[in-house]
Ligand binder design. Structure first.
Ligand SMILES: Nc1ncnc2c1ncn2[C@@H]1O[C@H](COP(=O)(O)OP(=O)(O)OP(=O)(O)O)[C@@H](O)[C@H]1O
Ligand code: SF4
Ligand SMILES: [Mg+2]
Length: 364
């Protein structure tokens, strides 16, 4: 059994984060910002669970809503509708003080650490500010804690006196990780944490994230474009298209037996290490549709190589096809809206009567 299987097995069937029908729409305004002329459905009815100790990879083309979903889960932006549960608590219903307390447990690592670091503060100053604001350690232990954090992410205590511009990209990402770790979180949204880095540095940061996950029993939502990276780090993978999850499964199922035509196309672009092995690349026609005017029926139908006549009028539902492997495609009878009698208002990964309260998974 590999380390990543073991780490999840030990805490199997526990849910840390759960979303119910999460939606986020942004208003599109007229040229002079006076009128709302449309809505971008950046996140459209997403219901999923993230298990304690796992890494859930989230993939999809640019603009499909990955960052928006991560931010809504963390309550960095308010959802338009739907709910987010953290350890069974509905965090969409918390007031500011309660949310601030809860936020300690849920952190984010950004793609571009430089833009998220204050250029006028030393690294030590930044870390001290976070530690002080959330009352993590008292003044007498502050220096020790900052030194410890810097060492944990592979930097030296002397780096505490430097400013962000004095660091390389990889070192800045380590500072971003230290800042997230300062609050001793349980859950971290890693939003493309390595895509802005040199290839030579990427694996170092990935290894660091994996090592920290083991050390601190962290749970990650790992957002990325690079499917090879997602395969390397994830326990399960969710595939997103135009604001919806279209497939979610164990990483092996997604990579070895993808079901959704969109996932198949994404996978066909992943290089195979064996030079003798061949894989036919599926090139999707056209661009991702304008999110203000999502196509009817299955939103993927204008680009789908396997589209059927019904696909332009019937919206598929994300449901289990096989052993925890969920897909939303009319090729599979389970995805037809009328199959289970469940309302299509809940095209959910998980449909439960109550939050799972950190207990058994509703979808297990
Ligand atoms: N503040 C905003 N106002 C209006 N539209 C927004 C806003 N933020 C995001 N969007 C739109 O919402 C959709 C989803 O954006 P989001 O940044 O979540 O996508 P993404 O999958 O993270 O893309 P990328 O891979 O490029 O980071 C896009 O169409 C984007 O233009
Ligand atoms: S529902 Fe139809 S259009 Fe959508 S992915 Fe499946 S086959 Fe393609
Ligand atoms: Mg993004």
């Amino acid at each position: 059994m590999t380390n990543r299987e073991e780490s999840v097995r030990t805490k199997a069937n526990q849910v840390l984060v759960e979303t119910w029908n999460l939606c986020k729409s942004y208003p599109m305004r007229s040229r002079f910002l006076t009128r709302v002329v449309g809505w971008v459905k950046a996140v459209d009815n997403v219901s999923l669970t993230i298990r304690r100790g796992e890494t859930l990879g989230l993939v999809g083309e640019s603009g499909c809503g990955k960052t928006t979903l991560g931010h809504c889960i963390l309550q960095l932006i308010p959802a338009t509708s739907g709910k987010v549960f953290f350890e069974g608590v509905d965090i969409t219903a918390l007031d500011k003080t309660e949310l601030r307390r809860m936020r300690k447990d849920m952190q984010i690592i950004f793609q571009d650490p430089y833009s998220s670091l204050n250029p006028r503060m030393t690294v030590g100053g930044m870390l001290r500010e976070v530690l002080h604001f959330h009352n993590i350690v008292d003044r007498s232990r502050m220096k020790d804690k900052v030194d410890e954090l810097l060492k944990t992410v592979g930097l030296s205590p002397s780096h505490a006196y430097r400013y962000p511009h004095e660091f390389s990209g990889g070192q800045r990402q380590r500072i971003g990780i230290a800042r997230a770790l300062a609050l001793e979180p349980k859950f971290i949204v890693c939003d493309e944490p390595i895509s802005a880095l040199d290839v030579s540095i990427q694996s170092q940061i990935l290894n660091l994230l994996q090592q920290l996950q083991e050390q601190y029993q962290l749970t990650y939502l790992f957002i990325a474009h690079d499917l090879a990276v997602v395969e390397h780090i994830s326990n399960r993978v969710a595939v997103m298209y135009l604001g919806r999850i279209v497939e979610i499964a164990d990483y092996r199922q997604i990579y070895e037996n993808p079901l959704h035509p969109y996932t198949l196309a994404l996978m066909s672009a992943v290089p195979i290490p064996d030079p003798k092995a061949k894989r036919d690349r599926i090139v999707l026609p056209g661009e991702v549709p304008d999110p203000t005017r999502a196509p009817s029926g299955c939103a993927f139908h204008p680009r789908c190589p396997e589209a059927m006549p019904e696909c332009s009028s019937v919206s598929p539902v994300l449901r289990e096809h096989d052993d925890g492997h969920k897909v939303s495609c009319l090729k599979y009878s389970t995805s037809w809206p009328e199959q289970s009698g469940v309302s299509t208002v809940v095209p959910a990964e998980t449909i439960t009567a109550s939050p799972t309260q950190g207990g058994a998974l509703a979808d297990d």
